[in-house]
Every structure is written in structure tokens, then in C-alpha cells.
Design a protein around this ligand. Sequence first.
Ligand SMILES: Cc1cc2nc3c(=O)[nH]c(=O)nc-3n(C[C@H](O)[C@H](O)[C@H](O)COP(=O)(O)OP(=O)(O)OC[C@H]3O[C@@H](n4cnc5c(N)ncnc54)[C@H](O)[C@@H]3O)c2cc1C
Length: 318
Amino acid sequence: MGFWQKSMIAVACSKPLRAMGEAAGRKTGLSDQFVSAGDADGHVARALALQARGIRISSFYLGEYVEDIGQVRETVDQLTKVMPGLHQAGLDVHVSIDPSQLGYMQDPAILAENVDLIAAQIKEIAEQADSAQTIRLMIDMEDFDMVDDTLALHHRLCDADVPVAQTLQARLHRTEADLGDMIARGAMVRLVKGAMAPPASVAFTNRDQIDRNYMKLAGMMLSDTAQQSGFFPVFGSHHRELVMSIAKLADQNGWSRDGFEFEMLYGVNQPLQRELLEAGYRLRLYAPFGQDWWAYAWRRVGENPRNLGLLMKSGFNR
Ligand SMILES: Cc1cc2nc3c(=O)[nH]c(=O)nc-3n(C[C@H](O)[C@H](O)[C@H](O)COP(=O)(O)OP(=O)(O)OC[C@H]3O[C@@H](n4cnc5c(N)ncnc54)[C@H](O)[C@@H]3O)c2cc1C
């Protein structure tokens, strides 16, 4: 991970900068570039507008590495409030969660209790939904030392028949083995490069190596073995060359364009989003909502300096 990305992660994590930036960002609209809405009702309305353009969404209530237990409760409240709205609107939706926003930082028991509450609601909604609607819990992947706990959470929910999916990071050496297990389970996996900066002892740190590993793992996700096990691949990337190589491989390997998805972040690389939709691929957008947008937006700037321009333009256009 380069100097720029590390610096932007530092900006994202800085409490004094966050306090100043959040206040200014709300006034200027700076937050709107990457955030679908400030509240649950606005988020459902935005999701409906995206669906009308053929775009599915992953809902995410903003907040990561939450230290305040009150904020953990607020996250659970917001998610349990937004899910019935998304269901009534007839949407095909994933509900993305970070373990660190639901109690991981406080106590494993709190995390388990909160996830079970959300999972029970998802299961109930999924049982009532017609075939056009689907709802699924998507677990995001955070720091490398959280991977075992996060996968254990996924497997527990999967064994309890909760519609659940898991994000894996191509950056990590261990992901090839973790993905092999997921394929054998016939699970759903969203493959991303990885937004964190793990040490070289556990991760690829060079861009080319990460891209090569992403393609290798994509090959596993689009193999005959994966197809036969009922595995569902989701490719989370804005990297055009990578996305196009994956689309080509899927076609070559006989995957129907309904049998896998591309997923991008709301507000990022819209030309590629349009290109995929026009070519008939399934596209989902990771659409955050809420007020706690600071760390999220600066991580995006760290991933691509061009996003700083987008962020500034959205503010100055107000
Ligand atoms: C749906 C989704 C979910 C995610 N969930 C997680 C998670 O749970 N855990 C985690 O660690 N990370 C997650 N991430 C972040 C991910 O790990 C990467 O940090 C992030 O996606 C950047 O990698 P990239 O593949 O998009 O391309 P990058 O390697 O950042 O960029 C490659 C190329 O993509 C193109 N590109 C990128 N941004 C733009 C832009 N704004 N405009 C035009 N072109 C652009 C450029 O050509 C660039 O050179 C998620 C990402 C997505 C899309």
C-alpha cells in the first residue's frame, strides 16, 4: 500500500479532522458524492430510483470501528428500521454489515446478539418475499486479524439457513484457501482487493501482485466446480481491465449473465457502471446511508486520488 493510501487512511481515522470535516461537509453537500442519503427514508427512495435503472443495491449504515455502544445500538435500530422499507418497496437488496460497527469492538456476545437480531429479520423477510425480491446479509471484511471470527460468523449464520454472503480480500495470502472452502459450501462471495493495509507477512502489498491474485481467485469463482456447487460470485471492483477480463472469462466458461454480479461503490466510476448495464450484466451498488460519512469518503480518496476531485466537485457544485 502506497504513501497516498496510508495518508488518506490516517485522515479517515483522525478524530479532530473528522469533527471539522463532518460539520463542513454537511453544510456544503461534500458528503453526497459517495453517500446515497442521510436517513433511512431517503435511502429507500434512492434505492427505488436505482432499481428503475436496473441497478440493485447493498445497503450500508455508515459507521466503522464504532467505539461507543450507543452508536452500536443506533446502527442496529437504523438497519432494523430500513429493512422493512426496502422489502415493501419490492427491492432485491443486500444488507452489508461491518462486524466492527455491531459490537466487535466491545464484546463478542454483543456482536452475536446484534447480528442474530438483524439475521432473524432478514430470514423472516426472505421467507415472505416473492421471487423477484431477495434480501441477503452481506458481511464485509475488515482487518486481517478479524478474518477467522468473521468467517465463523458467516458459517454459523449459513448453517442456520440465514441468507448470508461474505466478502473476501484478494490482498490476503489466506484468501485462496478461504475461497476454496466457500466454493465447496456453495456460498456467495464478494471478492474485493482489500481496503486495509495488512503487513507483508500476510498480504500482497504490490498492486500487480494483488491484481494477479484477484484474477486467479476470479478464475476459481467462475470454475465448473463453483458452478456445480451453486456458488454465487460477486466481483467488487472499479478496475476496468479487471472487470472486462472477468466478464470475458465468465462468458467463455458458460456462466449466464444472471449467474454472477459486479458490485461497485455508489458514486464511483459511473462510466463503467453504465457500460456493464448496457452489456446486460448484473450490477449492484454499495450504497451507504447515514451521517457518519467522513472515514468512508476519505478511504475512497485513498483508493483513487481522482476521487478527491469528485468529492470536491460535489461540494463546490452546491
Ligand atoms: C462493493 C464493494 C464492497 C467492498 N467491501 C470491502 C470490504 O468489505 N472490505 C475491504 O477491505 N474493502 C472493501 N471494498 C474496497 C476494495 O477493497 C478496494 O479498496 C476498492 O474497491 C478499490 O479497488 P478497485 O478494485 O476498485 O480498484 P483500484 O485498485 O482502486 O483502482 C484500479 C483502477 O480502477 C479504476 N478506478 C478506481 N476508482 C475510479 C474512479 N473513481 N473513477 C474511474 N476509475 C476508477 C482506475 O482505472 C484505477 O486505476 C469494497 C469495494 C467494493 C466495490
